[in-house]
Ligand binder design. Structure first.
Ligand SMILES: O=C(O)CCC(=O)C(=O)O
Ligand SMILES: [Mn+2]
Length: 208
């Protein structure tokens, strides 16, 4: 297929996290945003609750066969939005990213869509709700830049951080797949992609 013939641009490696800076040009970012508006129109953003009972500061929704939810019953993937509708299909524009840097031989089950306003953050965590950690998670950043922190396979120890900007793509695979990661903060006003500011992060995941 044609997507295999295009070599990927050079990437940075931070503890196994493969970072493709500027992977998406502005036109592609705008197209993605248009496709995401359709997704959010069908499956509105909601505020998840953590197992501690506290609300998360990010709002989220999903596309794909399965979506990630977190409420008083814990966190899991399920085939319905909390309001009962099915999740919309993963847009082609997003699948192209997966096929270029992820694992084109397998279709991801979920595209988690996180929206960060200027006060939102995401604590250090591992992505462990999936059945097979040999598949990578592919992350796409849009909008304001975010301080992305990466740690180790176990909680604790030294961490390092890097600013992720609009159009950057991160592949969390191999030794990075189970490493702790999170978002310390958003640097608001650093991108004009989203008219009202903020940041969108997409993560593509093979779940089953
Ligand atoms: O927003 C990000 O860059 C990371 C998001 C993330 O780790 C997650 O949704 O599990
Ligand atoms: Mn994660």
């Amino acid at each position: 297929m044609s997507q295999h013939s295009t070599p990927n641009p050079p990437s940075l490696n931070l503890r196994g996290f493969e970072i493709f800076e500027g992977f998406l040009d502005v036109k592609k970012q705008q197209n993605l945003l248009e496709d995401l508006r359709v997704v959010v129109g069908k499956a509105p953003l909601f505020t998840p609750t953590m197992s501690t009972g506290r609300q998360m500061s990010v709002r989220m929704t999903s596309a794909g066969r399965l979506g990630w939810v977190s409420d008083n019953n814990g966190h899991r993937y399920q085939d319905r939005h909390p309001r009962g509708m099915g999740w919309p299909d993963i847009p082609k524009s997003i699948m192209e990213i997966w096929n270029a840097v992820g694992a084109p031989e397998r279709t991801p089950d979920c595209c988690l869509v996180n929206f960060y306003d200027e006060a939102a953050r995401m604590g250090l965590h591992q992505d462990k709700d999936e059945a097979d950690f040999s598949w990578p998670v592919v992350s796409v950043s849009l909008g304001d830049e975010a301080l992305f922190r990466v740690g180790n396979q176990e909680r604790g120890g030294k961490t390092e951080s890097i600013w992720l900007r609009s159009g950057d793509v991160v592949v969390m695979g191999g030794e990075a797949r189970l490493k702790f990661h999170g978002v310390d903060r958003i640097n608001s006003g650093t991108s004009t992609l989203l008219p009202k500011g903020g940041r969108i992060n997409l993560t593509l995941r093979v779940v089953t």
